[in-house]
Every structure is written in C-alpha cells, then in structure tokens.
Unconditional design. Structure first.
Length: 563
C-alpha cells in the first residue's frame, strides 16, 4: 500500500568513455544504450532477453543513420511530426527552466546532488492515525500514535543493536509482522524495495537517504501514518550511470516534487501574463468577432456542432485577409490562427459556442508561440538534455517511418510470379476447393412439424413428394467442415440417402437428402489472384523485417557490441 507514495521513475544512462560501436564517424557509447534499457533492469535479464535488447537498440541506431542518409526525415509528413514534437518539447523545457527550476531551494538541490547517485533498499513499519490516508479504521490521534511508535522504536533499536549485521533486516521484519498496520505488511514484511532519489515524498525521502546501512530511523510522519524506516543496503542508482551532461537536468527534475503546488501555479500564471501582457499583445477584436459570427452562422445553418475541420473550412471559405493580432510589434493574420488550429489534435479542439471561447483558443495559440520565441531566444535548444530528449523522439519516429518506407516500397508482383506460385500451390494442395455436398432440405421451426414430414416420407416412400408438400428446396453446395450438425450428417451419407430429423444449432429442424458430392478441385487463378499477390508481398515484407538488422550491420560494418 505504501508504495503509493513512490512518485516517478526516470530512465537511466550509464556514463563511461566506452565506445560500444561506431556508425561512420559517430561514436555510440554504453550510456546511450542504458538510456533505452536502465542498468538495474539490464543486469537481471537472461541471456536471450539481453540479446534481444541489444539487437533492438542496434537496429534503431542503424535505422536512424540509414534514414538520414536516404533523407526520409525531410519528407513533408514526417517533417511535420518532428517539428510538432520539437515545439512541444521546447515548451515543456521552457516551463521547467523559466517557471519550475527557479523555485527549487538551493538546499534541496544540494541534497539531490549528494544522494542522486545512490539507491537504498528500504523496509518500513507503519502505524496509522485517525484521518490518515491508509485504508482502515485508526482510532488514535497523531499524538497517541507518536507515543506508541516511539516506544516501539526504542524496543526495535535495542534488538538491532544486539543483532549481527547480516541478521538486522530479519529482526526488523519480525517486528513488522507483529506490529505494522500496513495492509501489505503480511505479504512483503515491510519491504519497499529499492528507492532512488526523487521517487518518494520529501519527508520520507530525507529520512531514507540520511540513514546509514543497518540503521533505524526516528518516527517519520506522512499522510499514511507514522513510519519507522530501516535501510538494509546501499548501491549505485541508475542515475549514477548517467552522462554527467544529462545528470544536471535530471537532478533538477527530481527536486520538482518538493515544490509547493500553489507557488508553482502562481509562478506559471505570472510567466504567462508577462509573455502576453497588454503592451506586447494587441488583438483585433472586430476581426475576431467576424470569425466568430462565421462559425456561429455556419453552426446554426448546418444544425450541427462544429469541429476542427469544419471550423477550418468555414474560416477559409471567407478568405479573411485581415490582421488578427500584433505581438511584439509583428502582425499575424487569420491564416496563422488556421495554421495552429490545423496542428491541434482534433480531440483537443474545444467547442466554440461564444466569442470568449474563440478568444481563449486564440490566446492559447499565441501563448504557445510566445513561449517558443522565448525558448529560442534563450537558446534552450542548445541544452544537451533537450537535444538528447529530442533525438530520442526523432529516432522513434524515424524507425517507424523507415520501416513503413521499406515495406511500402515493395512493388506488386507481375502476373508470371503470381502464376508460378499458383501452380506450385496447386501441386502442393493449396488453392483447392474442398469437397462439397449438394442436398435437398426440408426445414421447420418445430420438432413436431419435422417429425410429420419424416413420417410422411416413411409412409409415401417418395422424398420428392414430401419435399414439395413441406416447401423444401435444393441447397447450394456446402463445403466439408462447414454447416454444423447438418453438414456433418450429410458427409456421412450416400447419394440418394434421406436423413432422420436433424436439430440445428439455432434450434430449427431439418430433413435432408444427399443429391451429389462435388470432389475437390483447384480454384481458378482469377479467383485467388489477389490472395496470392498479397501473400507474395507479405513474404517480401517479412523478409525485409527479418533481414533488416543483418543488412544494415553489413552495410555499416557493425559486428555487434559488448557492454
């Protein structure tokens, strides 16, 4: 239960100067690999999974260089994707660097730098108080619980002082099983597992990282209750393997959870207000009103709620050429608004019911632009952490697009290739119509009626007469293995034989006579041409995917890599 206070985990890099392979003149280091697979996860993988992880990483790196060589990233749609991702990432970095990071206390940053390279294996014992967030009923107030846990702390501390180092964790676990009110204590004996800096609430975190191995804490208060914390052992965290250039930004990120939410919110509002203050931004209200009137009239005329595409179409139909707003003495037209609206995911476009809704949407676009301009002015794109983060997304996008590029570049097979595969398939028994049966059927909705039909046949000895009397018909051929109980019965009969009543799956009833069997025969080439064509393309696509890594390794002379 207490694991709920663990807040977030970061992927890790390992820092070293070890080059694991080169692509042309670019070095790929082991910390590049551990950005994808955190070191603590890597070391517990078995050999086969480690091989898969290495191959996946190697393929992504090689595909990235190959796609750059083929200039796939310059294609319109992909360029748009990368551009949008770059803008969003810059906006995120801007708010971190201009709003959040300045609020971090120097003491918190010092603590983070001191402890970020360690992780601790932690146990805890928890007692709840009245009103705490832990599930359950706890009648005692905080003061009473503090007294109880202080007594318990002394008792555990005395026991630990008598225990050997290797036995201390076991001693603490025994107390957890006896005394802890954490609902999960009976299963995990108080183990919270490995905790890295930045993963838990401040008060608990400081206690954890101030304790030496084998030591017991004083009582610690959180929303869940009062804790006693025991640190069993310490080892290097995933953060200790980061490239130092990345570590500075990550260290700041781990301090964000210490910030007061209201202060952060106020700082963000002040930042936004400063960027789009009235002396910097002038909106042409008459033009805004024209745009809204257009949307309002079209919505009423069409009798439907507008959406992203309809808004764009309605605005473009009017061919507005006016200046919509001026920001920092630069004029922007209605086309600029349409451009930003077009970039916005359709699911996030709000309904525009009032002029105020339209104004809010416009201001949100202007604010995005203003933040980007400030980020560019302050050269946030030159930050190593930004470049690394953007490159990660770029590689992910290009790997996907490159695979699509290869698969879609396969040409349709010519008719001779299709014909040859058809002939081979027929020879092997593919593309063959299965054996089928033609039968006459009398079908009724009740068992009583089908029994009457059957008795009539037995009496008259003439199925054709019975068939006519009970509105029976000759059915289209039914393939072997289909048709349910009726088909199963038919394939067990002889030509001319009449069945006894059959109950179908849908609770109807049938009486049949087998008219003839049609032996298996090949489908015509025309009938299966498209199927064979798709099969050939699929096989070529599978071959490309299977051999992609092998071919790229050969091209770039990469043998593999060791860690």
């Amino acid at each position: 239960m207490f694991n709920k206070i663990l807040l977030f985990v970061f992927c890790s890099f390992i820092f070293s100067e070890k080059i694991i392979f080169q692509i042309k003149n670019t070095n790929i280091y082991d910390y590049d690999f551990y950005e994808t697979v955190p070191y603590s996860e890597w070391v517990v993988l078995d050999t086969s999974k480690q091989r898969l992880s290495k191959n996946s990483f190697l393929e992504k790196e090689l595909v990235f260089f190959e796609s750059l060589e083929k200039k796939i990233n310059l294609h319109g749609e992909i360029y748009t994707k990368l551009n949008q991702r770059e803008s969003q990432l810059l906006i995120n970095f801007a708010y971190e660097n201009f709003v959040a990071y300045p609020l971090i206390k120097e003491s918190d940053l010092v603590d983070a730098k001191q402890h970020i390279k360690d992780r601790r294996f932690v146990y805890h014992l928890l007692l709840g108080y009245d009103g705490c967030s832990m599930p359950g009923v706890f009648p005692k107030n905080k003061e009473a619980v503090l007294k109880d846990i202080s007594v318990l702390q002394k008792k555990i501390s005395d026991s630990l002082s008598l225990a050997k180092t290797k036995d201390k964790a076991s001693v603490f676990q025994d107390f957890v099983l006896l005394e802890s009110e954490d609902p999960s204590a009976s299963q995990n004996k108080g183990a919270l597992g490995w905790i890295s800096w930045g993963r838990t609430v401040s008060s608990f975190q400081k206690t954890v990282f101030d304790l030496p191995d084998g030591a017991l804490s004083e009582p610690v208060l959180t929303d869940f209750g009062y804790h006693l914390v025991f640190v069993e052992k310490t080892e290097p965290s995933d953060f200790s393997y980061y490239n130092p250039l990345m570590l500075e930004n990550i260290t700041k990120k781990t301090c964000l959870q210490t910030l007061d939410f209201e202060k952060l919110r106020s700082s963000a509002i002040e930042f936004d207000s400063t960027l789009v203050s009235s002396d910097k931004l002038k909106i042409n209200k008459p033009v805004l009103k024209k745009i809204f009137k257009t949307i309002e009239e079209k919505t009423k005329d069409k009798k439907l709620r507008g959406n992203k595409n309809s808004y764009i179409n309605w605005i473009e139909e009017k061919s507005f050429s006016d200046v919509l707003f001026v920001y920092n003495q630069k004029a922007y037209g209605v086309g600029w608004f349409v451009y930003y609206l077009n970039k916005m995911p359709a699911t996030r476009v709000p309904s525009i019911k009032t002029e105020g809704d339209l104004l809010s949407l416009l201001k949100s676009f202007i604010l995005q632009k203003a933040v980007l301009l400030k980020a560019e002015k302050e050269a946030l794109y030159s930050l190593y952490s930004y470049q690394k983060e953007f490159l990660k997304h770029k590689k992910n996008i290009l790997q996907k697009e490159y695979s699509s590029f290869l698969l879609n570049s396969i040409e349709k097979p010519d008719s001779l290739e299709v014909s040859n595969l058809y002939n081979k398939g027929v020879y092997k028994g593919d593309y063959i119509k299965p054996k089928s049966v033609v039968y006459s059927e009398i079908k009724t909705s009740s068992e009583d009626k089908i029994n009457k039909a059957y008795n009539h046949f037995l009496s008259e000895k003439n199925f054709d007469k019975t068939l006519k009397l009970f509105d029976g018909t000759i059915k289209s051929p039914v393939s072997e293995g289909s048709g349910g109980p009726l088909s199963l019965t038919a394939f067990g009969m002889k030509v001319g034989e009449v069945s006894s009543p059959i109950e179908n799956r849908n609770k109807t009833f049938s009486l049949i006579r087998v008219e003839k069997f049609i032996e298996p025969e090949p489908f015509s080439l025309a009938k299966v041409y498209n199927q064979i064509e798709r099969k050939i393309i699929k096989e070529k696509q599978d071959s490309i995917k299977f051999n992609l890594l092998k071919n790229l390794k050969n091209k770039y002379n990469i043998k593999g890599f060791d860690l």
